[in-house]
Design a protein around this ligand. Structure first.
Ligand code: ZN
Length: 257
């Protein structure tokens, strides 16, 4: 076996758990999109975004108040990177499972670009493809073309600054999406966790919730993590390599009739 490649035994154990499960959901993080060339946030490798940038300056309401231009520049840089990437083999394999509902912490839309139905992808942390009004009482939103970055500008409805429609540190998750994700995790037989270090709460709490409700946990990740520590099956490897082999021939569903 190559260094870093998933072992056949790990893969088979994970496939068996998935095949035995009537209801499966996916919970993904930055590791899913890393193989498309989008950097992760906490990977021990040096490319991790939070190893180079201070999250409280770039991804918080306080940081935006202190230096809105810096925050907008940073998100435009990330949008520029996103405009240049494409879904990888893991996105495609997941999108091909039309019966799956996918919970993701990713603010990219690579799952949808790979063909996943938008209503079956739950974006816990919002979307980088939209800007929204920073005033919580105003629901103005607009789509942003990632290859055409927009400057710092005011909401046309109320004059407050517009900002990326993502969830920053210290902010609440979108409640409708969060409640759907919770209900799903309470009712699955297996939660397939892909490429997340499971350190950002409340999202990471979905793994504990699923376990408490009797679900098995299958984890795919290049590195051991808080998620792999509690996994019933851990397949060590990159998402783009492992996920297509893991799902090949399986037909997984989240909500059987
Ligand atoms: Zn507004």
């Amino acid at each position: 076996m190559n260094a870093g490649a998933a072992s056949e035994a790990q893969l088979q154990a994970a496939r068996e758990l998935l095949a035995q499960s009537a209801r499966v959901a996916v919970f993904s993080g930055a590791g899913l999109s890393a193989d498309s060339g989008l950097p992760t946030f906490r990977d021990p490798a040096t490319d991790a975004l939070w190893a180079r940038y201070d999250p409280t300056e770039l991804a918080s309401a306080a940081g935006f108040a202190a230096n809105p231009q810096l925050v907008i520049d940073w998100y435009n840089w990330r949008r520029g990177r996103y405009a240049a990437v494409a879904p990888n083999a893991a996105h495609r394999a997941l999108a091909a499972q039309a019966g799956l509902v996918q919970i993701t912490q990713n603010v990219d839309h690579l799952l949808e670009q790979a063909g996943a139905a938008a209503e079956r992808v739950l974006h816990l942390h919002g979307s980088i493809l939209y800007d929204r009004c920073h005033d919580g009482g105003c629901d103005y939103r607009e789509a942003v073309e990632p290859g055409m970055p927009q400057p710092l500008r005011a909401c046309p409805r109320c004059g407050a600054p517009l900002r990326p429609a993502v969830v920053w540190f210290g902010e609440s998750l979108p409640m409708d999406v969060w409640h759907r994700a919770q209900r799903l995790c309470e009712n699955v037989d297996c939660l397939l966790v892909i490429g997340t270090s499971a350190t950002v709460y409340p999202a990471a709490g979905l793994i504990a919730l699923a376990r408490e409700c009797g679900s098995r946990i299958v984890v795919v990740d290049p590195n051991p993590s808080a998620a792999s520590d509690v996994a019933d099956a851990f397949v060590r490897g990159a998402a783009a390599e492992v996920v297509p082999a893991l799902l090949d021939g399986l037909e997984l569903v989240s909500n059987p009739d």
